[in-house]
Design a protein around this ligand. Structure first.
Ligand SMILES: Cc1ncc(COP(=O)(O)O)c(C=O)c1O
Length: 434
């Protein structure tokens, strides 16, 4: 926001208003991109992604972990390629994400494969690619992996994913490391399981893995989890099982609102890892997703209609929960800014989409300048867990995606990295079936 603006919403992260009042992402005005590529539109800043990776690499320099970008956060192959150009690996959870990681240029030996219900064909794809490790979450999966590897004449590298039963102190719907979650293996069962694994000749224990949840702001849960990981590693070592590496998972939070400030500092996360894991002297892996891409993205939408209903003022947008699902799915907050700055006093408004669902509401009583039909807004922090969740509900298109490449200092190029996938494309697929 320009310093002269007396009130109204403030931008944060790589988003700012220029002197003409145009909202920009890493210095690139957004309105011309919507004019060129259409709306709704996702736009990602390559420069911001690069600087987040740099922050992680600097913060973790003492441990020098393998950074495996969690592809689930944003699976566009161009985004993956940009991330991989920094020497980063990938954390995938399906054969589809594995294919995407490979298509994005990630080296197979930098790929970890997580997920609770990997099917034999997916295990086979991972083995055929020669990935670094399978993060295994049940005895049944170990048996399935052993069978697939035996058929292929291979030995599968395994990390056992431990559920440390820790409260991640984040949104309940994105907690993964507590008792009652479907993820991981019970902490106390691991030593017996390690013994039992010796009956499976086609799997080899190489690591332990953990991931306790997403969008964590507090360091205490990480500290507790890493301490437990270290304790278990020492216990296994004392009983003759030496591991080759430890996988710390992802989960570092990012700001979604101006009052979140800069969000948690990766330096503090690294300090927790150094305190608990460095004394073990093992190579480590970290699996950030949201931190890498979250604030790099925005979604642009148009106001189609405004309406007053009882005492509410509605802004009805051309984007709905099918385009950006996090508010409907987790009651998540996204900061929303007009593409053109206005000094008009903000008023409470309801921002809703066109979908025939009552949950298709992005924000209630949001203070914004009164916007008119044809004006545009940007949803901030839309780089992670947004475009990946888009769907065709109500016969709608998947929105297009654009990546800003270059240095953000005038050398920027806007590249269409996925055109909108229209309903006509879906109809053609359906009609192609006999
Ligand atoms: C196993 C695993 N690793 C990494 C991540 C990435 O988490 P985040 O995007 O919060 O860093 C997730 C996401 O939930 C996950 O399930």
């Amino acid at each position: 926001m320009s310093e002269t603006a007396p009130r109204g919403p403030v931008p944060f992260g790589p988003v700012s208003y220029d002197d003409s009042g145009a909202l920009c992402l890493s210095g690139t005005p957004l309105a011309p991109l919507a004019a060129r590529f259409g709306s709704p539109l996702y736009v990602y800043s390559g420069a911001h992604i690069s600087s987040q990776i740099q922050r992680l690499q600097n913060a973790f320099s003492a441990l020098n972990p393998l950074i495996c970008y969690a592809v689930k956060a944003n699976m566009n192959t161009h985004v993956i390629r940009h991330v991989a150009s920094h020497g980063v690996g990938a954390d995938v959870v399906s054969a589809g994400e594995l294919r995407r990681a490979l298509a994005g240029g990630v080296a197979p030996e930098k790929i970890v494969f997580a997920g609770v219900a990997k099917q034999p064909a997916e295990l086979e794809a991972g083995l055929a690619a020669g990935i670094l490790q399978f993060n295994v979450e049940s005895w049944a999966e170990l048996e399935a992996l052993n069978a697939v590897a035996a058929r292929m004449g291979k030995v599968a590298p395994v990390a056992l994913r431990v559920n440390p039963d820790i409260d991640a102190q984040t949104l309940a719907k994105i907690t993964t490391g507590s008792r009652g979650n479907k993820f991981g293996l019970p902490f106390d069962d691991i030593p017996a399981l390690v013994q039992q694994m010796q009956t499976l000749p086609h799997v080899r224990l190489e690591a332990l893995a953990m991931h306790i949840g997403s969008q964590l702001f507090k360091m205490q849960p990480f500290n507790d989890a890493y301490r437990r990981l270290a304790d278990l590693t020492r216990h296994l070592s004392s009983t003759g099982t030496e591991l080759q590496r430890l996988d710390m998972g992802g989960g570092l939070g990012i700001p979604y609102a101006p009052e979140d400030g800069d969000g948690p500092d990766p330096v503090d996360l690294a300090a927790a890892a150094v305190e608990h894991l460095a004394p073990l002297g093992l190579p480590t892996i970290v699996e950030p997703g949201r931190f890498v891409v979250g604030n790099a993205g925005v979604m642009i939408a148009d106001v189609v209609y405004t309406k007053e209903s009882y005492d509410h003022r509605f802004l009805l947008l051309n984007a709905g929960m099918n385009d950006l699902m996090r508010p409907a799915l987790y009651d998540a907050y996204h900061h929303i800014l007009p593409l053109q700055h206005s000094n008009t006093a903000p008023v409470p408004q309801e921002l809703a989409g066109p979908i025939c669902e009552s949950t298709d509401v992005f924000a209630k009583q949001r203070l914004l300048p009164p916007l008119a039909e044809g004006e545009q807004v940007a949803f901030l922090t839309a780089g992670a867990y947004c475009a990946v969740l888009a769907n065709h509900y109500n016969g709608r298109a998947l929105p297009a995606e654009v990546l800003l490449t270059g240095d953000g200092e005038g050398g920027t190029e806007a590249k269409l990295i996925r055109p909108a996938v229209s309903d006509a494309d879906m109809i053609a697929l359906e009609q192609a079936q006999p």
